[in-house]
Write a protein that binds this ligand. Structure first.
Ligand code: GLP
Length: 256
């Protein structure tokens, strides 16, 4: 894992945006895995401002709620349209988001996996992290080998996401999410976390044991993971000075 600690969310986002811009410059038809939540909003704003060419890019989103219409303002379909897709030149046929309204959700999950494989796999997966360490909507105790499927949200995640819905009761109980096994097959993972509320989850994920109790900790087993943090999110890392030193000592050709 490469831990990149920056003073502010804006600076940490800048590093992440440059990593993605470099990938798109090297591989204009890259396959990107996209995330939702408040964390990547800044990143999408930054990518829009960079005016990149998305015409050959394919995207796969991590997750979607079950039981709210696509047009609902808090569906991840709406989130992605509002925060990214309507501002870039991506082809609608290249956009993939799990379908929380499919009549046969298990079949549509299996189809999602097939579509990822048919696209050649995900080159770079963007990730946020829940306060309980979830990635996508893979809650603690999710199988570390799981594939795209239905999950039930924890009480904590529903409380965390109530701010988007107005009240906890309005947050759906069920979701479709890429599995941890699916995420682990991405060629690169790029995790962003900001704020003191993420500090414990990040410390456990980066420095704790690999355990399904903190699903993000499985990323320790992935060969190419970058973790972009602001100082508050990094505040419980015991080796923060080492990570800073490694980043500052990078040769010029390796910097972002
Ligand atoms: C949400 C999403 C995750 C996201 C996480 C953190 O529920 N399913 O993909 O990373 O929770 O959200 P936020 O960035 O708003 O803190």
């Amino acid at each position: 894992m490469e831990i990149i600690i920056q003073p502010t969310p804006e600076e940490a986002t800048g590093v992440a945006a440059r990593i993605i811009a470099r990938l798109l410059a090297e591989k204009p038809d890259a396959v990107l895995g996209l995330a939702t939540g408040s964390t990547p909003v800044l990143l999408y704003r930054e990518l829009i401002a960079m005016d990149l060419d998305w015409s050959h890019v394919t995207t796969f989103n991590l997750d979607e709620y079950i039981g709210i219409p696509r047009e609902h303002p808090q569906s991840y379909h709406s989130f992605m349209t509002d925060n990214l897709f309507r501002h870039i030149n991506i082809s609608p046929s290249h956009i993939h988001i799990p379908d929380g309204n499919a009549t046969d959700i298990p079949a549509s999950c299996a189809d999602y996996e097939k579509r990822i494989a048919a696209a050649g796999g995900i080159d770079l997966q963007i990730l946020g992290i829940g306060t309980d360490g979830h990635i996508g909507f893979n809650e603690p105790t999710s199988s570390l080998a799981s594939r795209t499927r239905i999950k039930t949200l924890t009480r904590q995640t529903r409380i965390d996401n109530a701010r988007f819905f107005g009240s906890e009761e309005d947050v759906p109980h069920h979701v479709v999410t890429m599995g941890i096994g699916t995420i682990m097959e991405a060629r690169q993972n790029l995790l962003l976390a900001f704020g003191p509320g993420k500090a414990r989850a990040i410390a456990e994920a980066v420095e704790g044991p690999v355990t399904s109790l903190n699903p993000a900790s499985v990323l320790q087993m992935h060969p190419t993971v970058k973790v972009c943090l602001d100082e508050p999110a990094a505040s419980q890392l015991s080796r923060a000075d080492y990570y800073r030193w490694v980043y500052e000592s990078k040769p010029g050709w390796q910097t972002f």
